[in-house]
Design a binder for this molecule. Structure first.
Ligand code: RB5
Length: 149
C-alpha cells in the first residue's frame, strides 16, 4: 500500500478557523496533513507560515501545499518568492481548476475572509483533483522563472 500524500498547510489568524475545517476535509480524503500553524486566532504574521509551506514545495519535500490568510494576497506574495513555487489565489472552483490546468499551480491560497466553508471546500477539492494540461501551457509555465540578469 502506498503512503498517503503529505500536504503542508498554514494560515495566519485570519485563516485559522477555515484551516481547521479544511484539515478535517483533507484527512477525510485520506491525505496526511502537515499543519505548520498558526494554532489560534491570536494576531500573527502571514510570512511565518507561507515560507515553511512554500519551502517544502521548493525543495521537493511536498508536491503541493495550501495557505490561507484574509485576502490570500500576503500569503501568495511570500510563497511566490520561492523558486518553482506557483501559488494561486483562488476564489472560485473555476479559478482553482484553471490555476491547475493552465498554470500548474502547486500551492493553493484561499482568501479566508471572503469564502464560506462550503465554497472553500469545493475550491479545495476541485484544485486537488484537477490535472495540469501541459502542451502550450507547459511552454508558458517554463517562462515564468526570470532569466538570470
Ligand atoms: C490580517 O489582518 C490580514 O492582513 C492577512 O490575513 C492577509 O489578508 C494579508 O494579506
Amino acid at each position: 500500500m502506498s503512503q498517503p500524500e503529505r500536504i503542508p498547510i498554514g494560515s495566519d489568524h485570519a485563516g485559522f478557523e477555515l484551516k481547521e475545517k479544511l484539515e478535517a476535509v483533507l484527512t477525510g480524503l485520506g491525505y496526511a496533513v502537515d499543519d505548520v500553524g498558526t494554532h489560534s486566532t491570536s494576531s500573527t504574521d502571514y510570512p511565518d507560515y507561507a515560507h515553511p509551506v512554500a519551502a517544502q514545495v521548493e525543495q521537493g519535500r511536498a508536491k503541493r501545499g495550501i495557505l490561507l490568510c484574509g485576502t490570500g494576497l500576503g500569503m501568495s506574495y511570500a510563497a511566490n518568492r520561492h523558486h518553482g513555487v506557483r501559488a494561486a489565489v483562488a476564489w472560485s472552483p473555476e479559478v482553482a481548476a484553471l490555476s491547475r490546468q493552465h498554470n500548474d499551480s502547486n500551492v493553493l491560497v484561499l482568501p479566508a475572509r471572503f469564502l464560506s466553508e462550503t465554497e472553500a471546500t469545493k475550491i479545495l477539492t476541485t484544485w486537488l483533483a484537477t490535472p495540469f494540461e501541459g502542451g502550450r501551457h507547459e511552454t508558458r509555465v517554463k517562462k515564468i522563472e526570470p532569466e538570470a540578469p
